[in-house]
Design a protein around this ligand. Structure first.
Ligand SMILES: [Fe+2]
Length: 365
């Protein structure tokens, strides 16, 4: 075996009352990066309550799919306030925005990098444990993934009580994203025994808890387990990489603005069947299927993902996601080309040509 490297960066705080981890920032200058909804609904007060004696500034302008313009605006706020710590609070968008703000802010502010706490309020992106941030060029309709170890948060604070009010539809979309992270990382080209351990646990937790998390109101153990699965899956794919489900979801999401997890949910079964032609991937899918209590083969795993998607009320075709048939037919070649160029495509376990990607797109169109 050639030399490889594996690293886990963020310290992870989890369990009841995990928000108390923020109290180690007592008396510091803290910039909170979040969105207007979280800032106005009372949840932000729970974060503030754990920042005793801190000088707190809030940047709550984050919108879904953060744009380059938004990040530049946030970087100026960061450089003006000179925080000792930054708390990214929310779903994937505030976290991605905060990561990019720190990166862009370096050129505006010569001070030391602020300590970076990531506090997720959905179980989805796993962004609290990854060196990735996805930004959108709103004018060009293109998504730019930034990848750098410097983007990794120092601490991930997993407090499941923050998920109590997440609407079921969001739990469904984001939860299917978690499952896709785990399944793609497990068979990805960069997978190792270390990332496999994380991906296996993430997949079993997500597959076993997503339906109950979707059905539960308020706080629940299922939501807590999904939050752990999300972070574990983030650690797995941060090391192993992802695959063509994500490559296609990025390409489609940049054009049609369908939620990321919903796209993965409809693509994943097709991608599993495509990848299963690779013997090594087929064996791993079979092993994972067994761990999930299914028959030990890729077909059973793909079918189970489809059944789960159906149970969550998610669509199985793009046309049911508000994508107009004519517009899709016109865009399909460009989407396949863009997916091939996406940074997630090379780590897919089976090499995919444009024709393969177009065929998968036709199956979901
Ligand atoms: Fe994802």
């Amino acid at each position: 075996m050639a030399m490889e490297r594996f690293q886990i960066k963020p310290a992870v705080y989890f369990g009841t009352g995990a928000l108390a981890a923020l109290e180690e920032l007592e008396g510091k200058r803290v910039l909170i990066v979040t969105d207007a909804f979280l800032s106005g609904c009372g949840l932000l007060d729970r974060v503030r309550a754990h920042l005793p004696g801190c000088a707190v500034e809030v940047f709550d302008q984050v919108t879904p799919d953060p744009s380059l313009t938004l990040v530049a605006q946030g970087a100026r706020v960061l450089a003006g306030f000179c925080p000792e710590a930054l708390v990214a609070f929310g779903g994937g968008s505030p976290m991605d925005c905060a990561k990019a703000m720190v990166e862009f802010g370096k050129s505006l502010w010569p001070g030391p990098r602020p300590r970076f706490y990531a506090v997720p309020t959905t179980a989805g992106t796993g962004s609290e444990a990854t060196a990735f941030a996805v930004l959108t060029d709103t004018q060009g309709g293109v998504k730019y993934p930034l990848v750098d170890d410097a983007l990794l948060p120092d601490a991930a604070v997993l407090d499941a009580s923050l998920l109590a009010g997440v609407p079921p539809a969001v739990t469904a979309d984001t939860g299917m994203d978690v499952l896709t992270h785990a399944l793609e990382a497990y068979v990805a080209a960069g997978a190792s025994p270390f990332s496999d351990a994380l991906a296996e646990k993430a997949a079993v937790l997500a597959y076993g808890n997503l339906k109950d998390a979707f059905a539960s109101e308020g706080e629940s153990r299922a939501k807590e387990q999904m939050l752990l699965a999300s972070c574990l899956a983030g650690m797995a794919f941060n090391s192993a990489g992802l695959g063509v489900s994500h490559a296609l979801a990025h390409a489609l999401g940049g054009r049609f603005h369908v939620p990321h997890g919903r796209l993965n949910a409809l693509l994943l079964p097709h991608v599993i069947r495509f990848n299963a032609a690779s013997p090594a991937a087929g064996i791993k899918y079979g092993h994972l299927a067994k761990l999930c209590g299914l028959a030990g083969n890729a077909r059973a795993l793909a079918a189970a993902v489809s059944r789960l998607r159906q149970a969550l009320g998610l669509p199985e075709r793009l046309c049911a996601c508000g994508v107009e048939e004519g517009a899709f037919a016109q865009a399909i070649d460009a989407v396949a080309e863009a997916a091939l160029q996406d940074r997630c495509a090379p780590s897919n376990p089976r090499a995919a040509a444009v024709a393969d990607l177009r065929a998968i797109l036709k199956e979901v169109g």
